[in-house]
Ligand binder design. Structure first.
Ligand SMILES: NC(=O)c1ccno1
Length: 249
C-alpha cells in the first residue's frame, strides 16, 4: 500500500516511523510519503489560506495549492485498480469505522489531505471527485485543530490491517467491531500471566484449554461490555446473528 499525506505540518507524522507502522515501512509493506502543502505555494509568505467568502470567523484553505499538490502527487493515467483514493478528515465527514478501515486496507493507494483552519475550499474535493474516489471522513463528533491527528488515527487503524503488518493476523478477527462474529461488539477483557495478581485470579475458563467454552465466555463478555458501554450497538445487532445463549447474556 502506498500512502501520501499532504499537510502544512509534515512533522506531525514522525510517529509513522516508529513501532508497527515503522516496521511495516522498513519491510516494504507500506510506503509513506509526507508532503508539505507549502511547496505548492508561489508567494513570499507561502500563503495557504484566505478569508471566507460570505464572511464569518477564521480562514479557509486556498484551492490553488491543493489543486497543484494533488496534480503533482496523482497526475492521473493510473489504471482503475491502481487509482488513488483521497481521504479528507473533517468533522462533517462520514463516520470512520472498523468496517471502513477494513475497506481502506484493501486499497493500493491512499492520499490524505489534512485541512486546517475552517477547512479546505470545497471546490478542491469537488474537482478531485472528477478524477479519483474521495471520502470525507470523521473520526468522531468533535473538532480538532486540523486533520493531522485524524490521519494518524486512520493510518494506524488501516495500516495494522494490511496483510503481513500484524505478527498474528488472527488477532484482527478478535478486534472490537471486527467483521464476522465480533461485528459490532466490543472486545471483552483480556488477561496474561501471572494467573493471580494482587489477589485477583484470571477467570478459570481461560486456563481450562477448553476452546469452545473459552470462545463462549469471550462472546458473553463482549456482549456484556457492549451492552454496558454501547447499548446503541446492541440495539443495532441483527437478531438473526444472536443465538439462544446470546439472548440470555
Ligand atoms: N472529527 C474529525 O474527524 C476531525 C477532523 C478534523 N477535525 O475534526
Amino acid at each position: 500500500m502506498r500512502i501520501d499525506i499532504v499537510s502544512i505540518f509534515p512533522d506531525y507524522f514522525a510517529p509513522l516511523d516508529i513501532s508497527l507502522l515503522g516496521k511495516a515501512r522498513r519491510r516494504g509493506l507500506i510506503e509513506v510519503h509526507v508532503h508539505d502543502l507549502r511547496q505548492w505555494t508561489h508567494d513570499r509568505h507561502r500563503t495557504v489560506d484566505d478569508t471566507p467568502y460570505g464572511g464569518g470567523p477564521g480562514m479557509v484553505m486556498k484551492p490553488d495549492p491543493w489543486g497543484e499538490a494533488l496534480d503533482a502527487i496523482a497526475p492521473g493515467g493510473q489504471s482503475a485498480d491502481a487509482a488513488p483514493r483521497l481521504i479528507v478528515p473533517t468533522p462533517s465527514g462520514r463516520p470512520f469505522t472498523q468496517a471502513m478501515a477494513v475497506e481502506l486496507a484493501a486499497e493500493p493507494w491512499l492520499i490524505f489531505a489534512c485541512g486546517r483552519y475552517e477547512g479546505i475550499d470545497s471546490r478542491v474535493v469537488e474537482e478531485a471527485r472528477t478524477r479519483m474516489r474521495v471520502d470525507e471522513v470523521s473520526i468522531g463528533d468533535y473538532v480538532l485543530a486540523g486533520g493531522e491527528v485524524a490521519v494518524l488515527v486512520i493510518v494506524e487503524a488501516v495500516g495494522r490491517l494490511v496483510p503481513g503488518v500484524l505478527g498474528n493476523a488472527d488477532s484482527v478477527a478478535d478486534d472490537s467491531f471486527a467483521p464476522g462474529s465480533m461485528e459490532n461488539l466490543l472486545e471483552g477483557p483480556v488477561y496474561t500471566k501471572p494467573p493471580v495478581w494482587r489477589g485477583r485470579a484470571v477467570p478459570e475458563v481461560l486456563l481450562s484449554g477448553h476452546h469452545a467454552a473459552i470462545a463462549r465466555w469471550r462472546r458473553d463478555q463482549a456482549l456484556r461490555r457492549t451492552a454496558a458501554n454501547r447499548p446503541d450497538l446492541i440495539a443495532a445487532l441483527d437478531p438473526a446473528r444472536l443465538d439462544e445463549r446470546d439472548r440470555q447474556v
